[in-house]
Design a binder for this molecule. Sequence first.
Ligand code: C2E
Ligand code: CA
Ligand code: CA
Ligand code: CA
Length: 276
Amino acid sequence: AKLRGRNRNHHFSPDMADALYRKMTLRHHLTLALESQNFQLYYQPIVDLASHQLKGFEALIRWYDDELGQVSPGEFIPLAEETGQIVPLGHWILKTACQQLAAWHQKYQHRFTVSVNLSRAQLQTSLAPAIQALLEQYDIQPSQLALELTESTMLQEYDEAKQCLDALAGLGLELYLDDFGTGYSSLSQLQDLPISTVKLDQSFVQGEHKSSQAIIEATRAICEKLALKVVAEGVETIKQLQYLQQCNFDYCQGYYLGKPLPPVEIEANNFSLLNP
Ligand code: C2E
Ligand code: CA
Ligand code: CA
Ligand code: CA
């Protein structure tokens, strides 16, 4: 009976069938969505804690499928990474963010900053020239576009990725290290790569770990020593905000300060003080 129980794991269970079916369906719909570019970018404010001013926005992709409904990027981005579709999708994301920056510049005479998430597969030699072309096409200053990378992005083929990141920094773009504290990057990478800003993962801000407070304070101290700016992610309460302020964090982002929203709602909520 024991043996049979163990063997059962090797068989195809209904759960596995469901998961596979979901994945196949998503793949099919994702291919169609890519053809019709049926995606949207939402924007979430990042706030400067010292001045209470808007630092910029993080661009976050949204996909609403007529049949599947809203599909979260946490589900479809890994799929697009598996198939390589993240490369054309990533280009659409960069282009759409640049178009938005140009539209806001024209409408508000203000040059905002947007940070865009990059996947590992996008770190190719062709990326820096492609981004440079977008900056020229939309009259965007390099300082207006930042790129977010996760730690795990950096593990494989480090030299190739480093070359690409050096080229991007050479254009004048800022690079943020995303989800800090959850990956495996060594602290030496922080100095080896042209990173300007660290984003501390939201799980620490929300106190999910035994040593969350110690990690928050240690991250702040390391960043100060290495002359890196630090953003706290996932700030949901005023208590969390006050604690981060006390710890001298540079920037905060989270539902308490603003949810990711489509451009029209961002304009209504965040730009009311700017002249149209
Ligand atoms: P991420 O880059 O770490 O993005 C932050 C995630 O936390 C977003 O989820 C955001 O909506 C959510 N968030 C922001 N503030 C709060 C808060 O106060 N509380 C909580 N609980 N959550 C908060 P989202 O938009 O579902 O994105 C999930 C992940 O998908 C992102 O994590 C990123 O890894 C990936 N992703 C999203 N958009 C893109 C994109 O355009 N390109 C790439 N390559 N990846 C993307
Ligand atoms: Ca991010
Ligand atoms: Ca993050
Ligand atoms: Ca994340």
